[in-house]
Write a protein that binds this ligand. Structure first.
Ligand code: GCW
Length: 705
């Protein structure tokens, strides 16, 4: 039965979409209704190739008929071929294929011997698989035709998901149920879900998976656990997904029984070398290690007076003979040394050039911590002799968990297109990290996964879009949020423009919306203690680190609001290149979206709109609330295009988001009003909560450390 909340009678009696879908198929539904014309139902190629299997499986789902396979070239058929194939040479594709590398591919319509063929060609089977999924995407989004001429090559070599999954099955900052990795059952039982996971990732170009939490247990590397990792690696391998592990820097002592884990001691170095040898014996294509060291209480080389480079290089040396890499995180902020936003740069920039060539530094997009909006981390562009990889958070720790609709591609696009000016104008983060401006030996990008054992994988249909967007942008860092939303909507729901257009509007404005109702104008880190779901700008925890408390960041007082990071303040602006540092330093040129990130601004400061800061803040919060209500209205009109189950889930979640937006607005405005002592403009909705009442809210949301 349909729920008829706020929807018209006609929609309620509609039987068109009365089937239910639990979202398990993600964007790989291959629904028959979406395919207008299916041009290529004949295939030439080796049926044992996964690319051919995937293509046939999808087409059969869309048309009800399994495409025929022939060994002869047939008119209007699809040819799968790697570079050795005679036809590839005849078509003169060999050189372009070489340039596209083993994962790249060409999809091209050609005429040969009087026949029209569509060719998917690559240097290797991996590229064929990616090419097959590309063609399927074109078919589903109505873009397949007889004039295809596509050459693709991934922006980054390593496109990896970081699972913050623990050996006990919990997931740190996970909002989609427990971990998909069933350590208790492995290696004897290998869940079919691993293959489904690998396939979903391959369909969007992801080629690596770090299986465990960066807050890593030394036990992860025990021989028994490595056998389990081997079993997972076996399930992921056919889809070109390599496994990586997060390691605990104290493993030699804690697991190996050595007196300590000093990276310069021969016994410690030998322990790691032996461990690497053991891993590669089990998993010859193992990817390497991800390391969180000397961060948030975890052990690291500094415990022994050594540097991050000493630690990373030791691991790099152990992995090098096997072609493994070290992804070493720059998420460090030891207390007391300086203000938090400056710390990663201060520790890592001086180490530029000191790392082995199989080390890559993994840097969160912003200098603090995955906030709704941050200025980009100044480390990007600042380490010219060391490869850097962006780390994004797909799981919505600071963005309403899997309750809020927030399409993160907009945030990531803003980040990738930010100009660092490190080599003059146009030195965007995309170009700094993907090998365009610096010839890095390895390029990479990571996303913290939002995947769990929920039937729909991510806890919310719209959270699936963020997994999808990560893969697509890791493959092609020039794609826009709008392009990606368009594809995803058509594949996940329907290609009907009456559905696609409004939903795309919702998705592409949703990031700005959440910023408006949570932390507009550069505000950051005013979340509730520990779980980071709701607002708590007033939060006080006796004995807590200063930089874990919201007031450290918002600095509200009778004069104004915001963190002074100018040359008069903490001078974080100095970590950026000119002309950015001057632009950010000056109140009148600083982009208003970063205003309170870089400045402590008087309540009566005149904004570009003509409003005072206080009024602007109020209008921003209010606009965020209004936008979510608008999304509800739009969504309710979409019922006729969606199955019941997903329609109702989204309707339900939007109601939560709407209530949460009001909660955020009331909490922040009533709290900051105590400092501004100014009225909330009379043309916006009055608060519906009391501050006292909001300050009592304590959610019982544990996070697993
Ligand atoms: O954002 C913080 C999270 C921690 C996380 C840490 C990190 C895995 O609150 O849960 O730990 O960042 O990125 O290491």
């Amino acid at each position: 039965m349909k729920k008829c909340i706020g929807i018209g009678f006609i929609a309620c009696i509609s039987v068109l979409n009365s089937f239910a879908e639990d979202g398990h198929q993600l964007w790989l539904r291959f629904a028959a209704t979406k395919v207008a014309a299916m041009p290529l139902t004949k295939v030439t190629g080796d049926t044992s190739l996964l690319a051919v299997k995937e293509y046939r499986r999808a087409v059969s789902a869309m048309t009800g008929r399994l495409p025929e396979v022939s060994s002869q070239l047939e008119n209007k058929s699809l040819l799968f071929a790697t570079s050795g194939n005679k036809t590839i040479a005849r078509l003169g594709l060999s050189t372009s294929l070489k340039q596209s590398g083993p994962e790249g591919y060409i999809i091209k319509t050609v005429q040969l011997d009087g026949k029209q063929l569509t060719v998917i060609a690559s240097e290797s089977d991996k590229g064929l698989l990616y090419g097959a999924f590309h063609l399927l995407r074109l078919i589903q989004t109505g873009k397949a035709n007889d004039e295809l001429n596509i050459t693709e090559k991934p922006s980054y070599n390593v496109r990896v998901l970081n699972h913050w999954d623990n050996l006990d099955g919990t997931v740190e900052r996970g909002y989609a149920g427990r971990s998909i990795w069933k350590w208790d059952e492995l290696p004897g039982m290998v869940s079919p879900r691993y293959t489904e996971y690998a396939r979903a990732n391959a369909s969007i170009g992801i080629n690596g998976s770090v299986l465990n939490n960066v807050n890593a247990s030394p036990e992860m590397l025990s021989t028994a656990n490595l056998q389990k990792v081997k079993a997972i690696a076996g399930a992921l391998r056919p889809y070109n997904i390599k496994v990586y592990l997060s390691i605990n820097f104290s493993s030699p002592a804690k697991l190996g029984g050595l007196p300590d884990s000093d990276p310069l001691k021969p016994a410690v170095r030998k322990w790691w070398k032996d461990k690497a040898d053991e891993i590669y014996k089990l998993i010859p294509d193992f990817g390497g290690f991800l390391v969180k060291a000397n961060s948030e209480g975890l052990p690291g080389p500094q415990d022994y007076g050594r540097t991050h480079a000493d630690g990373a290089n030791m691991l790099a040396d152990a992995l090098k003979p096997h072609k493994g890499i070290v992804m070493w995180r720059a998420f460090v902020y030891s207390p007391g040394k300086d203000e938090r936003a400056k710390l990663a740069y201060k520790e890592f920039q001086p180490l530029d050039g000191k790392f082995r060539d199989n080390v890559i530094i993994q840097v969160k997009n912003g200098p603090i911590d995955f906030q709704p909006r941050e200025a980009f981390s100044p480390l990007f562009g600042a380490m010219k002799k060391t490869p850097l990889m962006p780390e994004w958070q797909i799981t919505q720790e600071y963005l309403g968990f899997s309750n809020h609709l927030v399409f993160l591609a907009s945030l990531w696009q803003e980040f990738l297109q930010s100009d660092t000016y490190c080599k003059g104008k146009g030195s965007t983060i995309a170009k700094v990290t993907d090998g365009t401006l610096f010839k890095q030996p390895v390029t990479a990008i990571a996303g913290v996964a939002n995947i769990g054992e929920d039937a729909n994988w991510c806890g919310y249909t719209f959270a699936q879009a963020n997994w999808y967007a990560f893969g697509r942008m890791a493959w092609n860092n020039n794609l826009t949020a709008s392009d990606i939303a368009d594809e995803w909507i058509k594949m996940t729901f329907t290609g009907d423009p009456a559905f696609v257009n409004p939903v795309k509007d919702i998705m592409t404005t949703s990031h700005e919306t959440v910023v408006s109702y949570m932390m507009p104008l550069g505000l950051h880190h005013i979340f509730a203690w520990e779980h980071h779901y709701g607002p708590e700008p007033w939060c006080e925890v006796p004995g807590a680190r200063e930089d874990w408390l919201p007031r450290y960041y918002h600095k509200a007082d009778s004069v104004g609001l915001g963190f002074d990071r100018t040359t008069q303040g903490s001078n974080a602006v100095s970590q950026y290149y000119s002309p950015l540092k001057e632009e950010y330093n000056n109140l009148s040129t600083c982009p208003e979206k970063y205003l309170l990130w870089f400045h402590h601004v008087p309540w009566d400061y005149k904004m570009k709109s003509g409003n005072t800061l206080w009024n602007e803040l109020c209008y921003k919060y209010d606009s965020g609330v209004k936008q979510v209500r608008h999304y509800q209205t739009l969504w309710d009109q979409m019922e006729q295009y969606v199955d019941n189950e997903r329609f109702s889930q989204i309707q339900f979640k939007l109601r939560i988001q709407s209530r949460d937006a009001v909660w955020w607005k009331d909490a922040c405005l009533l709290y900051f009003q105590q400092f501004s002592k100014r009225p909330i403009p009379y043309d916006i909705e009055r608060p519906v909560h009391d501050l006292d009442e909001l300050m009592k809210i304590k959610l019982n949301l544990k996070h697993h450390n």
